[in-house]
Design a protein around this ligand. Sequence first.
Ligand code: NDP
Length: 253
Amino acid sequence: MRGPLGGGRPRSKRGPQHEHPRTVLVTGGNRGIGFAIAESFLAQGHRVAVTARSGEGPEGSLTVRADITDAASIDAAFTQVEAELGPVEVVVANAGITKDTLLMRMSEEDFTSVVDTNLTGAFRVVKRASKGMLKARFGRVVLVSSVVGLYGSAGQTNYSSSKAGLVGFARSLTRELGGRGITANVVAPGFIETEMTASLPAEQKAQYLAAIPAARYASASEVADVIRWVASDEAGYISGAVIPVDGGLGMGH
Ligand code: NDP
């Protein structure tokens, strides 16, 4: 059945089953949220590749070596994925780092290296992915930001700047590529139990917990499943959105 305005895709008559299989590339898929994202896509029958500097993605995924600060290594990783799994239809820019310290103590290198990995890294990956997506006139770009991108966080001027930058990037991509069947969205996790957050000072963790309406931290799979859905065929009319998965921490974004 067509929608009331006559557009959109026909409503599926399928019952619960796997989604239309796509070739998916997740950066930083050897651990943490990236690993969970790869697992979530695999569980729905997608062809999944992960980039990793070390270690491996989940069983059933293809692991390719790449450093997202190096465009040549990203290009080589995409070429390998294309050869083994076909053109990349869904790209999840997940790899990221923190180098937290107060502004007065933050070196220029602390700032630029975090921006180079989290923001310019996403640019490098999406630029490479866009080649195939434009040709196919289909693509899903999902950028993993953070609640602190828009909420702000003392001691994270570098990190929150990089994560806020992803919002402008996704929205500009939406305006540039939206007419070619490509969506670009930002998923902004709150406090997730991973190695990245395990290293935070106990005092800071307690402060976050007190501020989270859900009164708990999230598991990586709770973020992963939202990302998988934003990349699904069902979410084809969502683009340029910032989707929080933060238990209400950042309300008002
Ligand atoms: P982890 O520290 O557990 O994992 C980070 C991943 O990024 C690793 O796979 C790491 O690879 C990869 N990575 C880092 N730098 C590079 C690089 N130069 N090239 C290639 N890969 C790189 O982080 P999380 O799983 O916690 O975080 C994943 C994403 O989610 C990040 O973008 C983070 O900012 C974001 N996020 C996390 C939150 C949390 O609470 N954990 C909250 C909000 C956002 P390697 O193993 O080789 O180092």
